[in-house]
Each structure stands twice: as structure tokens, then as C-alpha cells.
Design a protein around this ligand. Sequence first.
Ligand SMILES: [Cu+2]
Length: 123
Amino acid sequence: MTVEILVNLLGLGAISGIIWWFWVAPKRPHAEAVAVEEKLRIHVRGGVYEPDRVRIKAGESATLHFIREDPTPCAEWVLFPDLEVSAQLAVNEETTVRLPASEVGEYSFHCQMQMYRGTLVVE
Ligand SMILES: [Cu+2]
């Protein structure tokens, strides 16, 4: 008899615990998301960088991933003259370009002939 009551009480406790957990418990604010670095992919095709405007944070180095789909020599290099960064892009591959921590501003990047053009927004 007492065992049955105990089992019932335990069951009741479990049920109310579940109800409490799902419906009653105060909703805690989500912990601040860990800054998972969004992977910045830039496609190089058809004469344009996609996207051609890229935002990164000031004072932090950043990594861009260029995917060159244009095999013409025009698209071969990407230059960030203000940051003194340049990279040779492999066709149909992802080329990682590391950018140094920079001050707030807008920096242009382009191919060696300046036909492909983009803007790096540091904010
Ligand atoms: Cu070019």
C-alpha cells in the first residue's frame, strides 16, 4: 500500500516536473551566442565579385574565401592595395585570403586590371 502511494507520488512528481520544465519554468534568455565566424565566401564570376560589398569588424583580422569560377586571366588575382594584401586565385577552388586587423573605413579590392571590383567595409 505505502509502496503504491510512493510510486504514484513519484509519477506525479515526474509529470509535474515535466509540466514545469516545458510550460511553467521561466524562459531564461539564451546565452550570448558564441561569435561563430560567418564564413565569407566571395564568388568570382561573370565580371563581378559576389558579393561585391563585404563587411568585417574593425580591429580584427578576417578571412575571406574566394571562389574563382572565371578561368580568364582577368580574375586571377585579387588585390587589396590599402591593406597590402594580394592573392592568386585558383580556378574552381576556394582560396583563403587573410586580412589584417584594420581601421574603420572602406577599402576597395579588385583584380589586377581593376575590372572586378569590390568594397571591403570595415566597421
Ligand atoms: Cu581583371
